[in-house]
Design a protein around this ligand. Sequence first.
Ligand code: ARG
Length: 459
Amino acid sequence: MAKMWAGRTSGETEKIADDFNSSISFDSRMAEQDIKGSMAHAAMLAKQGIIEEAEADQLIGGLEGILSDLQDGSLAIDMTAEDIHMFVEQVLTERLGDVGKKLHTARSRNDQVALDLRLYLRDQTDDFLDLLKNLVKVITDKAEEYQDAIMPGYTHLQRAQPVLFGHHLMAYAMMFMRDYDRFTDCRKRINVSPIGSCALAGTTYPTDRFFEAEKLGFDSVSLNSMDGVSDRDFCIEMMSCIASCMMHLSRFSEEIVLWSSWEFKFIELSDAYTTGSSIMPQKKNPDMAELVRGKTGRVYGDLMALLTTLKGLPLAYNKDMQEDKESVFDACDTLEMCLKVFTGMLAGLTALTENMKEACRNGFINATDLADYLVRKGLPFRSAYKISGSIVAWCIEKKKVLESMTIDEYRSFSEVFEEDVFEAVDLQNCVNLRSSFGGTGKDSVLYQISFVKEWIKHD
Ligand code: ARG
């Protein structure tokens, strides 16, 4: 088929060149945005007297028809078209005749594609905000459900100090709330209208870019037409937000994998979000968490790919930029799926609180509390630290724990030990004494939970 841009050239291209050049297989998902953008464009052209009102009505009616035919399946996307913009214009012209050819006045595919992509990513961002809020809610509900469960907190993956399971969970709520903020902020830079930048230099027609932008729900209009058509930082920023969010999901996934292993056995995942092994009957594999962790690598790749594509491009539009969509769509689709699956998996998680508590009993996670006890009795911290360390070494040799030592054994290390040392090394007390702001003490965790619940309601 001869191209709509035939003129300077015959428009007769080799099939392999057409296939190589075509983006319809991945940009057809922007059909709705493309059509809505065109409706606003037609309305603007008429308002400015660039086309007749009657022509605009015809164009808008035709575009509405195309949208509803695509939605009900009576119109199929022609996969041999060059891209979604050409496809819509082609169908419009077939349906309306010559008036269809007026739609592309005072615009270019360069500002059109930038517009479509911004509209698409704006909707996608709103979707992510809902999904993130839902995830934060599920995390907070779990933290509340298990508000008394004590587990070892780790540093270097070595048992460090006892923490509430809810405190550990709420750390992730904080991360996803920051991701929420990052997407909210990124949305501001997405929501700037490029339409009317035209090919690169603006236009000689008396357009009204502000009218068109307002019709499409944009907050502002790009100030420089060359930037308007060549800026893809909004995609980079979006993917960077996605990458951070995937990184958080991936860290959480890693813990889910560890916690569901026989070595930890801190949690049990529901059957609905685990798989079996084809050969080992005892297996219950945390595939969902592993896949989220695995897919994170690909999403980082998407971000790197577009950063690399853009780094050497002169202004303004270059066809290289068509590569933006596969990266950004892949990153979006992946995060969308991961957020949904991860949230479902988390909602069905059962904490094995006895096992968590048991893990706290070994590993001397109350050794810091023992040192703090000695400090309260008047010893300098370094001396207290040293005595506590010697006690731990002694316990390891004697196969004892701090709770099972006798008072005489304590006193053989220091005269200052009294009966109240047993309260000091009691795990529940160790947690509750950490009442500093943001600490793992129960009041602090309950405060975090109520803070986040308010955030869910109001943000
Ligand atoms: N399919 C193209 C893209 O995704 C649309 C813009 C094409 N512009 C052009 N002058 N060839 O970037």
